[in-house]
Design a protein around this ligand. Sequence first.
Ligand code: NZQ
Ligand code: ZN
Length: 384
Amino acid sequence: MQNFTFHNPTRIIFGEGQIAALDSELPHDARVLITSGGSSIKRNGVLEQVQTALGERASFVFSGIEPNPTYETLMQAVELAREKNIDFLLAVGGGSVIDGTKFIAAALKFDGEPWDILAKQAEVNDAMPFGSVLTLPATGSEMNNGSVISYRAKGDKLPFRSDATYPRFSILDPTTTYSLPPRQIANGVVDAFVHIVEQYLTYPVDAKVQDRLAEGLLITLTEVGPQALAEPHNYGVRANLMWTATLALNGLIGAGVPQDWATHMLGHEITALHGLDHAQTLAVVLPAMLTVRREQKRAKLLQYAERVWNLMEGSEDERITAAITATREFFERMTVPTHLRDYEIGGDSIETLIAKLKEHGMTALGEHGDVTPEVSRQVYQLAV
Ligand code: NZQ
Ligand code: ZN
C-alpha cells in the first residue's frame, strides 16, 4: 500500500426528512445565498423545504447554474453574493450546482482573476463556507473538494481542488431524487461506477481494504442501478445508490492506491466540444480506454473480472475481454450508449480533441503517466 493522509471534514446528514437539520447546521445570523440549477428544486418542493428550515435567516436565491457549470454564470453569482453581503453559501442541487458553488466560494476570497484557479491552477487558500443539499447521486461532489468548471467562450472544461473547498456539511435525503428523470439516474450510476474504476482498476499495491471496498461499491451499483430505473420511488434503492455514489469519490477508496483519471480527462474534452453529458462521455471512453491499456492493467482487469463480474472461465485474455464487454453492456443496460456514433459524432473531431488535451497539458495521463496524445488518439478512434 502507498503512503497516504486521509482527512475528510464534511459532515454527512443522511435520510428522509433531514433537510430540516439545516437549522442546526447554519449560524443563526448567517446571510445565506442559496445556489441552484434550473427549476427542478422548485418543482419537487426541495427549495420550499430548504427555505422553511432556514426560518428567519436572511436568504437569497441564485438560480441558473447549468449542467457543466460555466465561469460566465458563476461570476454573476459572485457579484450577487458581494452585493448582498453573503457569508454562507448553500448549494441545492446536483454535482453542477455543488461544483459551481465551490468555485463561487473560492472566487469570493480570491485575489486576482478567478479563472486562473482553473487555467493556471492558482492556489486557493481560502473560500467562503458552504454546505449542500444533494438532489442527484452521481459526482461525490457533496463530500469531496473537487470541482469542474467550463468556460463557454473558450471551449474549456477544467478541474480544480483545494482543502478550502470541502462542503461544511451535506444533506442527503434520498426522497429528493424521486423526481429525477431516468437519464439523470442513468448518468449518476455510470459516473459513480467510473469514479470507482478510476481508483481501482490500475495496478495492484496490496491494498486489500481499498480493493474490497471498491468491489463492494461496484457490485452494489450493478444491483441498484437497474432497480433505480425500474422503481423510481423505492426508498431503499435510492438510499443505497445515494450513499454508494458519495463513497465512490470521498477519498476513502482512493487513499493509498494509484489513480488513473485518464477516462475523465478525455471525457471532459468531449463535453467541452460536443456538449455530451459528463456520464455519456465516460460510457463512451471507458470501454475503449480499458481495451487500449489492457496490458498495463492486466492484473487488475483479471481481479475485476473475477470479483465484480464473476468471470472465472476461459483464458486470461478471454476473461479480460469479457469483463470489458460486461462493463459496456452494463452501461447500455443503464440506457447510456457507449459509442460516439450513437451521439452522431464521427472521427473528424478527434484531432481537435487531441489539440485541446495538449493545450490543457493532458499529455501524460493515467496511473503510469503513459497516456500520451498518441494513446488518447487510439482511445478516441476506438470510441467512435
Ligand atoms: O438544473 P436543474 O433544474 O436542477 O436540473 C438538473 C440538471 O438539469 C437535474 N436535476 C438535479 N436534481 C434533480 C434534477 N431533476 C429532477 N429532480 C432532481 N432531484 O439534473 C440535471 C443534471 O444535473 P447536474 O448537476 O449537471 O448533474 P451531475 O450531478 O451529474 O453533475 C455533473 C457535473 O459534475 C461534474 C461533471 O463534470 C459535471 O459538470 N463532476 C464533478 C465531480 C466532483 N466534483 O468531484 C466529479 C465528476 O467526475 C464530475 O466531473
Ligand atoms: Zn465523473
